[in-house]
Write a protein that binds this ligand. Structure first.
Ligand code: ADP
Ligand code: MG
Length: 696
């Protein structure tokens, strides 16, 4: 679909200019300088020739076909120019200029007009307000972009919402001497979307790794679909910025506002198997390794070093990230003892000593490659003047060519004096970095990717014993009555209909009924106020626990009646459940994605502790288990110091029943089960709230 955009045979620039510091000049120059393999057609009312290339007054005068047209003219002229492109049979238009949706309603109207016209002509638009594309493929050499970094050919393809970030990324690769494959930045993205570009990169054979930078997702549903398809084919490394409220504001104001979905983006990354980064340097460093190294089969790293301290730093990074540095086998130790210098350390890390030459390094690398219990190789390589560093580098490259296990190198040298050594590693595709922790983090990223890709998230359980119609009827009725918060009766009926276990309950309207209900439920009980106007019951003194007889229930109800003095007061009488652990399960609707489901330690401290985990619906059994095990307070639920743990299987089931409930009933905007009281055997909801949308 996007092939003609990324592999154009001809490019025209409407608004081409002889003025050196203009975009209309720059794009023509970039195409020429980058060695574009197709034809270039500058379109200019003023000049017959631009940078030595024949220019035309109108696109309609151009003799040949045109695949891609850049428009570098004021936005008000763009709609007409799009019609001209339609007459000419142009396939893609790149709108570099601004003056569209990002400036306000007037610009948005122009953008809409452009889109309508383009659709009528079968033209696709990239942008507006965007940089364009780059393709370094030697058969294409398209630099349809006005910026300045000229990448070498490589296998990393980039899609970035922000041109500025893209430039930073390009610069980083350029400094590391690493080439890239394709690049696209779609600015306001009125037509061509990031999911489409991802799909295109996914199909492109020359792309080995995809690097994605976003500040929010415009169409999460389309993204989820594309990302899961593409991530199954090749690694997608992504960074989502705008994580703080301030950051999100900056993002929103700069590209027409996308950053409203924050948490959901992370969850989509997680669900689709995208490796997520929070630091752009780490993202770029990792991409280099992904473009040349195999993915390790596990987290066990073999370390080689010819200097002490850096190995200590790398070890700390590995251990903190959950990597293992297992001991070597007896056989491996024997080989090392025989072939390394006597003072060398033959454990893991293997310290080959600063005096080690090519032979010693080679022995150590081969040993790690042959050890079944090791999955990857980390090398600290300092270049003392008394060894032949180039021949060491050659040995590393030779082993690397076999591509058995990933090799990551921390190269400590003067990169100018030891240029020969650096170039050998670079040309041999060995990723090298200037800090031990940088190199160690890269290897950790490769390992994490292996974990992500081999993680079976399984299927969401479907419960058949649910009464969906009953719930639909309850919701419909509440909606009809114009209520947004459901009453206790409605909420507990809904939970009952979905097999979500609750403490025994009855709703009553006066003290007589309350006393009767308490006797039926059996003491001890709890009295809670229930009224349309009261959301947080404890805040108004509307929860009294641990009541043991009729008098206590009666006086509690009567006291609340008098004090709260609201009409339509009801009283929930509930079994009192002491001594359990309080947990919370919640759900929140997320436009285009279903719901986010939350699990955590509950009760009144949930806001302070913030020890909660989110997942996207439908929550699978594996994910539900992860929600429990990844809590900071997980040990509390497992039981500590002789204390009993809680029934985790039951919690997993409730999480999945909630996931099914909200998926079946999209009207539910928010649901809170807080707290749920969990014991070794039973797990019972004692408080629940449901908020529905009346707009839907
Ligand atoms: P709200 O959240 O509206 O203030 P809750 O029903 O959650 O009201 O009650 C507040 C707190 O009282 C709960 O967090 C819990 O600690 C305790 N509680 C409420 N119901 C029970 C019950 N049935 N058994 C034991 N403790 C309860
Ligand atoms: Mg509560």
């Amino acid at each position: 679909m996007l092939d003609v955009l990324f592999r154009p045979k001809s490019v025209a620039v409407i608004g081409a200019s002889t003025k050196e510091l203009s975009i209309g000049n720059r794009i023509v120059k970039n195409l020429i300088d980058f060695g574009f393999k197709g034809s270039i057609y500058p379109i200019s009312l003023k000049s017959d020739e631009i940078l030595g290339v024949k220019a035309y007054k109108s696109i309609l005068e151009v003799p040949g076909d045109i695949d891609v047209v850049h428009m570098v003219i004021p936005s008000k002229f763009v709609p007409q120019a799009i019609d001209d492109c339609g007459d000419k049979g142009v396939k893609f238009v790149i709108l570099n200029g601004g003056g569209f949706a990002e400036v306000g309603p007037e610009g948005a109207a122009i953008e809409e007009d452009c889109l309508v016209r383009a659709k009528a002509h079968g033209i696709r638009i990239l942008g507006p307000n965007c940089q364009g594309i780059i393709n370094t493929d030697p058969d294409v050499r398209a630099y349809c972009n006005f910026t300045f970094t000229k990448p070498d050919p490589g296998s990393i393809s980039i899609v970035a919402l922000s041109g500025g970030v893209a430039e930073t990324i390009h610069q980083a690769f350029s400094e590391m001497g690493i080439g890239t494959r394709m690049y696209a930045s779609n600015g306001n993205a009125c037509d061509i979307t990031i999911p489409e570009i991802l799909n295109y990169y996914g199909d492109d054979e020359g792309t080995r790794v995809i690097l994605l930078y976003v500040e929010g997702l415009r169409d999460p549903e389309a993204f989820l679909k594309a990302a899961s398809e593409v991530a199954a084919k090749k690694p997608i490394l992504a960074m989502k910025a705008g994580r703080t409220e301030e950051g999100a504001k900056a993002a929103a104001s700069h590209t027409g506002g996308l950053a409203k979905v924050d948490l959901a983006t992370d969850l989509i990354f997680e669900k689709t198997g995208i490796l997520s980064f929070t630091d752009e340097a780490e993202l770029c460093h990792a991409a280099v390794a992904f473009s040349s190294q195999p993915i390790p089969k596990g987290n066990r790293v073999g370390m080689i070093t010819n200097t002490g301290g850096p190995a200590v730093i790398a070890t700390d990074v590995f251990v903190n990230a959950g990597m293992e540095i297992p001991p070597l086998s007896k056989k491996a130790e024997a080989i090392l003892q025989e072939k390394l210098f006597p003072e060398a350390s033959v454990g893991n890390p293997i310290d080959v000593l600063a005096t080690a030459g090519a032979e010693q390094f080679r022995t150590a690398i081969d040993v790690i490659m042959d050890e079944d219990q090791l999955d990857s190789v980390y090398i600290n390589f300092v270049t003392p003047f008394f060894v032949d560093a180039e021949s060491i580098a050659r040995e590393i490259v030779e082993v690397n060519q076999e591509s058995k296990k990933p090799i990551i190198c921390n190269l400590m040298t003067d990169k100018r004096q030891w240029k020969g050594t650096v170039d050998i590693l670079k040309e041999g595709g060995v990723p090298y970095y200037s800090f031990p922790s940088t190199a160690a983090k890269v290897l950790t990223a490769l390992t994490k990717y292996h974990e992500i890709r081999t993680r079976e998230i399984g299927e969401a359980r479907r419960f058949e014993d649910v009464d969906r119609e009953n719930v639909a009827a309850i919701l419909q009725k509440a909606k009809g009555a114009g209520r947004e918060w459901l009453s206790a009766t409605e909420v507990y009926q809904i939970l009952g209909a979905y097999g979500i276990p609750t403490a025994d309950w009855q709703v009553t309207t006066n003290s007589e009924e309350a006393v009767k209900a308490a006797a039926e439920i059996d003491f001890p009980v709890v009295v809670k106020v229930d009224a349309d106007t009261i959301v947080h019951k404890s805040d108004v003194g509307g929860v009294v626990v641990d009541l043991w007889d009729n008098d206590a229930v009666r006086s509690t109800v009567e006291e609340m009646e008098e004090r709260l003095n609201t009409k339509d007061l009801r009283f929930l009488i509930q079994k009192y459940l002491p001594g359990g652990k309080e947990i919370i399960i919640g759900a929140k609707a997320e436009e285009g994605l279903g719901h986010l489901v939350m699990f955590g330690i509950g009760g009144i401290y949930v806001e302070i502790m913030k020890d909660v985990i989110f997942k996207l619906t439908p929550v699978t059994t594996v994910e539900a288990h992860e929600m429990i095990s990844s809590l900071q307070a997980a040990p509390l639920l497992r039981g500590i110091r002789g204390g009993k743990g809680v029934n985790q299987e039951r919690i997993v089931e409730i999480i999945q029943r909630v996931s099914q409930l909200v998926s079946d009933c999209p009207t539910i905007q928010e649901l809170d089960l807080n707290p749920i009281i969990a014991y070794e055997d039973q797990v019972l909801v004692v408080d629940a709230r449901i908020f529905i949308a009346n707009s839907h």
